[in-house]
Design a binder for this molecule. Sequence first.
Ligand code: HEC
Length: 160
Amino acid sequence: MEDTHQEFRDNVKKIYHGLVAMLSLIGIVVCFLIYIVIDPEFSAFRESDTIKDYTVINEDENWDTIENGIHIRTGLKDGVGLMETVNNCTNCHSAKLVTQNRMDATRWATTIDWMQETQNLWDLGPNEEIIIKYLVTNYPVQKKGRRAALENIEWYELEN
Ligand code: HEC
């Protein structure tokens, strides 16, 4: 009687230990699955290369290359105020939109005001004057000028 009782208790212990081991295993697997769902690329096990990429961009010596008087990345002409213009005017739209518009200083100031009021352009501070000067100097209003004088005109003889 004592023996079977002891045997029974041993069996219960075995089953209990087996269950605990199985549950732990399931727990580990579930944790692992959750981890995969949250972070499919196992970033904790890899060296992060995002930071590296970022520094590469900023250390890229070609980022602000100027060749033959042209800032390659944006196509803007080199000149005083170039970088202020690049840094403030090419973030939202291409530099082409800027340079295809030939304006005088007053109209530039109005355009900048308009962008600040309606397009979330930030306060340019002292750069505004530098940028406007750059634009007026390097992209002046194109003078339409007089049309060329007419030549070789055959006039009608006016009859009375
Ligand atoms: C915060 C974003 C943003 C920045 C920065 C920005 N702009 Fe704009 N700009 C816009 C938007 C948006 C438009 C409208 C584009 C469109 O109509 O498709 C626009 C339009 C323009 C136009 C055309 C205006 C017209 O009448 O059609 C010019 C010229 C211009 N921007 C010049 C500049 C200059 C110069 C700077 C630097 C001082 C600048 N932008 C910086 C958002 C910006």
